[in-house]
Design a protein around this ligand. Structure first.
Ligand code: ATP
Ligand code: MG
Length: 220
C-alpha cells in the first residue's frame, strides 16, 4: 500500500527526517510512536501527501502503486480526496455546519450527488452510533462524538488508506478505547489500512506493527 524510500525533510538547515524507509501492507494497522519533535507528524503529512519531502535523487513515495512524487497539484489533490482519509488530534470540523454536512464535504469535493452523499453519511453516522446527532453542530456534540464525526468524514469517500495523528489525544479513556476498537472494526469490515501516530501505549501496542521514531528516522 505504501512504499517510502529515503524520505528526507529539511526546514532550512534543520533536518527533521533523515532518510526514512518504510513499507506498509494493505489492511495493516501500523502505529508510530516517539518523543515529541521526533518527526512523526512531519512523516505522516508527507506519507499522506499533505506535505512534500525534500528532493533527493533516490527518494520515492508509492501509494497504491501510484508514484506520488510525479503528480502535479491538481492530480495530487484528486488522488488524496479519493484514496486517503485523515483524522487529526483536533477534529477540525467546520463549526457552522452540522454533523451530516461536515461528513459530506469530501464527497461534495469529489462530485458525488447530494442525495448519494447524504445517504452514505447517514450510514456512516449510524455505524458510528450517531443516528441521533445528524443535525447537531460541532459545539453541540461531546468530544468523543465530534471525533466520531471526523472519522465518518475521513471515511465518506471509501479511502483505502487512513492516517490518524493523535486521534484520541483529547478523549477520555473510555472514548479513546471505543475509538481504537472502531479502527480495528473498520479494518476487519472494510479492509482499510491505518497509519496512526499516537502517544497512547495501549493503542500503539494493539497495532499489527509498532514503529519507533527517533531523531527523524525509524529505528528497529
Ligand atoms: N514548518 C516548520 N518549520 C520549522 N521547523 C518545523 C516545522 N514543522 C516542524 N518543525 C520541527 O520539526 C520537528 C519535528 O516536528 P513534528 O511535528 O514532526 O514532531 P512530532 O514527532 O509530531 O512531535 P509531537 O509528538 O510533539 O507532535 C520539530 O522539532 C519541529 O519543531
Ligand atoms: Mg506531532
Amino acid at each position: 500500500m505504501i512504499q517510502a524510500k529515503n524520505i528526507h525533510k529539511y526546514y532550512g538547515d534543520l533536518q527533521v527526517l533523515n532518510g526514512v524507509n518504510l513499507q506498509i501492507n494493505t489492511g495493516e494497522i501500523v502505529s508510530i510512536v516517539g518523543a515529541s519533535g521526533a518527526g512523526k507528524t512531519t512523516l505522516l503529512h508527507i506519507l499522506g501527501t499533505l506535505d512534500k519531502a525534500s528532493v533527493k535523487a533516490d527518494s520515492q513515495l508509492l501509494i497504491n502503486n501510484t508514484n506520488i512524487t510525479t503528480l502535479k497539484d491538481k492530480a495530487l489533490a484528486k488522488f488524496r480526496n479519493e484514496h486517503i482519509g485523515f483524522i487529526f488530534q483536533f477534529h477540525q470540523l467546520l463549526p457552522e455546519f452540522t454533523a451530516i454536512e461536515n461528513v459530506c464535504l469530501p464527497a461534495f469535493i469529489k462530485g458525488t450527488k447530494k442525495t448519494d452523499a447524504e445517504k452514505r453519511a447517514k450510514e456512516l453516522l449510524d455505524f458510528l452510533g450517531l443516528s441521533h446527532r445528524y443535525n447537531h453542530k460541532p459545539n453541540e456534540l461531546s468530544g468523543g462524538e465530534q471525533q466520531r464525526v471526523a472519522v465518518a468524514r475521513a471515511l465518506i469517500n471509501n479511502p483505502e488508506l487512513i492516517f490518524a495523528d493523535e486521534p484520541s489525544g483529547n478523549l477520555d479513556s473510555e472514548s479513546a478505547d471505543n475509538l481504537h476498537n472502531l479502527f480495528f472494526k473498520l479494518r476487519d469490515e472494510f479492509g482499510q489500512t491505518f497509519v496512526i501516530v499516537t502517544h497512547n501505549e495501549d493503542l500503539a501496542n494493539m497495532a499489527d506493527r509498532k514503529l519507533v521514531m527517533v531523531d527523524g528516522n525509524i529505528i528497529d
